[in-house]
Design a binder for this molecule. Structure first.
Ligand code: BES
Ligand code: MN
Ligand code: ZN
Length: 498
């Protein structure tokens, strides 16, 4: 999608389509432009004002002015917030595409972003357009038809134009990165395999961003028995992808670790076949980390004052049931020496993460560590698709992530993580079992409790994104396949680091 900021004085009379916003109360204004055409449309009584309602008008024959005029409703003033504006903008793009126009003009005035500053308004507008225009293009025999409405000129009518444009730029960087991650997430699991993720990461390396990929032999030498145990059943070798953003003068380090299961069959504890194809999305934690680094590689921190080294680690592995696959009951030795009884080979995410996390802590000694994973089906039972779960060992870091999620409109909801939960993982045959007993319940907490064992005292937060990575239906800009969840949250978080 092409997004341009157009001068507010631009002549709109030749536009194929001009889109403005209509509020519940008051005359639609189109921010003061095209007053005659707006008056004409309003006279029909057909300007829809409810949130996200679309109304399209054709000016009378021979009238001077744009070919079409449309409004997206913003509803009640008190409901106008960043998420509702983002959704309204996505509705504009969607309908412009359905109208079949090549390009369109979007007019936004200050009254259309009440409660948001101009920078945030620009950010949200870019996200609504770019995320809303995303469609996964599956590989097909015939070429794809070129898409309509992939070019939008945004006319901002307000006092803080430079701020709006800066927001527009950053919003676009984050949204393009999110869509890039969505492509990897949606791709068929035979295509988006660990090697493919590694290649995607390598393509980001430049300047302060270094990328290395650790191969199986190296992981064996390091003793990552838990991660390697999961990889055993697959013919696809595992890759530990490390992206290292190390700006000059950095004095602190944070690590962000993502679960990158490119396919999770369950292994010998095999999953039922219904919807097993959805386990292509089991790399969405890794997808979020990759997306963050795509944004960083494309300038998302160019204006930020932060001086923190950011290390992203993606454990890219496939979980398959081969003759040589690990068995329920196998005992493996993790990177940090802990022995683990693998009672269920389908609880594999924690097995790859525990090695990636322990290694990242040992090598980079971060002040903060965040991991993201589609770790448990239980989180969907507990919280549904509208928020992800957050758990951790450091309340102020938990709060940092909750704040970042709020700023990104990707809400997080905290679950408890107590000593009792850690005790549930005691094993008769090893230091630790990889699942708790069924009678305990609380599967999402158990997953986090397992990881807690490997982070020690490092301030750490775990996000279980199995509910938000795909399957939600409520957002016009994210209801087709993978959502690219958490890229925006991570971006807000790293930009807030001092
Ligand atoms: N990748 C799955 C979690 C998952 C399942 C996400 C369904 C979204 C939808 C994870 O590896 C897994 O299989 N977890 C098990 C854990 C159980 C064996 C303790 C689960 O949730 O059933
Ligand atoms: Mn699994
Ligand atoms: Zn999994």
């Amino acid at each position: 999608m092409k997004i341009r900021s157009a001068p507010s004085s631009k002549d709109l009379s030749r536009s194929e389509l001009v889109v403005g916003f209509a509020h519940e109360k008051g005359k639609p204004t189109l921010a003061g432009v095209l007053a005659d055409a707006v008056t004409h449309a309003d006279r029909t009584g057909d300007v829809a004002r409810g949130a996200r309602k679309w109304s399209l008008f054709h000016p009378p024959l021979r009238a001077r002015g744009p070919q079409r005029l449309a409004f997206v409703g913003l509803g009640k003033a008190e409901e106008l917030d960043s998420e509702n504006l983002r959704r309204a903008v996505a509705v504009a793009q969607l309908n412009a595409e359905n109208a079949g126009v090549e390009d369109f003009d979007l007019v936004l005035g200050e009254a259309d972003h009440k409660g948001l500053d101009a920078f945030d308004a620009g950010l949200v507008v870019a996200e609504g357009l770019e995320l809303g225009a995303y469609r996964y293009q599956p590989p097909k025999k015939d070429d794809h038809k070129p898409r309509k409405a992939q070019d939008c000129a945004v006319h901002y009518v307000g006092r803080h134009r430079a701020d709006f444009e800066a927001g527009l730029r950053l919003g676009r960087i984050g949204a393009v990165a999110t869509n890039w991650a969505r492509d990897l997430e949606n791709m068929a699991p035979n295509h988006a395999d660990p090697a493919r993720l590694a290649r995607a990461a390598k393509g980001l390396a430049a300047g302060s961003l270094k990328v290395k990929v650790m191969e199986r032999a190296e992981l064996e030498k390091l003793g990552m028995g838990a991660l390697l145990g999961v990889a055993r059943g697959s013919s696809k070798p595992p890759k530990l992808i490390v992206m290292d953003w190390n700006p000059r003068g950095a004095r602190k380090t944070v690590c962000i670790v993502g679960k990158g299961l490119t396919f999770d069959s369950g292994g010998i504890s095999i999953k039922p076949s219904a919807k097993m194809d959805e386990m292509r999305y089991d790399m969405c934690g890794g997808g979020a980390v990759l997306g963050l680094f795509h944004a960083i590689a494309h300038g998302a921190l160019a204006d930020a004052v932060q001086k923190t080294r950011i290390v992203g680690v993606v454990a890219a592995v496939e979980n398959m049931p081969d003759a040589d696959a690990q068995r329920p009951g196998d005992v493996v030795r993790a990177f940090d020496g802990t022995t683990i009884e693998v009672l269920n080979t389908d609880a594999e995410g924690r097995l790859v993460l525990c090695d990636a996390i322990a290694w990242a802590i040992k090598v980079y000694e971060p002040q903060k560590l965040v991991d993201l994973a589609t770790l448990t089906g239980a989180v969907i039972v507990a919280l549904g698709h509208e928020c992800a779960a957050v758990l951790g060992n450091d309340q102020s870091l938990v709060q940092e992530l909750i704040d970042a999620g709020k700023a990104a409109d990707e809400p997080l909801w905290q679950l408890p993580l107590w000593q009792e939960h850690k005790k549930q993982l005691e094993s008769k045959f090893a230091d630790l079992a990889n699942i708790n007993g069924q009678h305990h319940g609380g599967g999402t907490i158990a997953g986090a409790a397992f990881l807690a064992h490997f982070v020690g005292k490092t301030p750490w937060v775990h996000l279980d994104i199995a509910g938000t990575a795909w399957g939600g239906r409520s957002k016009e800009y994210a209801n087709l396949g993978a959502t690219g969840t958490a890229v925006r949250t991570l971006l807000h978080w790293v930009r807030s680091l001092k």
